[in-house]
Design a protein. Structure first.
Length: 258
């Protein structure tokens, strides 16, 4: 999990603080050591691992895309339950303060906010989740992509394959519009050049195009849901054991049945 602090002087943005107490404490020590006390929290989305540190920094203003407001009470509770289970698997029993952020200030799509030390703009890119967004700091040519464009074999599409594909097109346009040169996803390694960012976009586009195409062709053969699922596992042997691919297949099958 990548929690990010970008700062200048005593002002900084803290993006997606998480996940476990030791990591949250390390963030806090860094802020104190660098004397960063004018802090703004920014969230790419509200899955449990990306909001776990919110409570510890709740006295600072927090911002997220307005699409977060679309999440139902049940979905919000499930996000927190998932996070609680992550902590318990680590042997951390005290999860009482793992709660959904209740002080978020919602930002309209494409709205630019000038808050020290820079300005930032947020765009919704649904697919991984309904509230997935990218945060761009134009002055730094920098994009934070949450749980998209992670350097892994397959993306993780929980909400909608169709929306995810549309969002990849939108991100490609935003990279060009804002001359984005650096990308920091919510997990694994950053991308340090425009070329590498484009490569990640094209890799995810290629995978999803193949998944959707084969899913549609197999569905036209009249296979039932279980038959489709197993066929899509077998058709992609290099991904068959990946949890992300299995989730993507389930998401695609749900959309094909709608």
């Amino acid at each position: 999990m990548n929690s990010i602090v970008i700062y200048r002087g005593n002002a900084g943005y803290l993006i997606d603080p998480g996940v476990f107490p030791s990591e949250i404490e390390r963030i806090d020590r860094f802020l104190q050591r660098q004397k960063i006390d004018n802090i703004t929290l920014l969230l790419t989305h509200t899955h449990g691992d990306h909001i776990s540190g919110w409570y510890f920094f709740r006295h600072f203003p927090a911002f997220g895309h307005e699409s977060i407001a679309q999440k139902s009470k049940t979905v919000r509770e499930n996000d927190v339950k998932y996070l609680q289970s992550m902590w318990r698997k680590r042997g951390i029993e005290n999860t009482d303060y793992l709660i959904f952020p209740d002080n978020l200030q919602f930002v309209a799509d494409g709205e630019v906010l000038a808050i020290p030390p820079f300005s930032f703009v947020i765009y919704q890119v649904p697919g991984h989740s309904i509230d997935m967004s990218v945060i761009i700091i134009p002055e730094q040519h920098l994009m934070f992509s949450g749980d998209m464009l992670i350097d892994v074999p397959a993306p993780f599409v929980l909400h909608s394959v169709k929306k995810y594909r549309e969002s990849l097109k939108r991100i490609a346009a935003l990279v060009k519009q804002y001359d984005v040169r650096y990308l920091v996803p919510g997990h694994r390694e950053p991308a340090h050049s425009r070329q590498e960012i484009v490569k990640r976009i094209e890799k995810e586009q290629s995978y999803l195009q193949e998944l959707v195409g084969k899913g549609i062709r197999l569905a036209e053969k009249g296979l039932d849901r279980d038959g489709l699922k197993h066929a899509l596992y077998e058709t992609f042997p290099q991904y068959a054991r990946l949890h992300s691919h299995q989730v993507n297949v389930q998401t695609l099958l749900r959309e094909l049945n709608e």
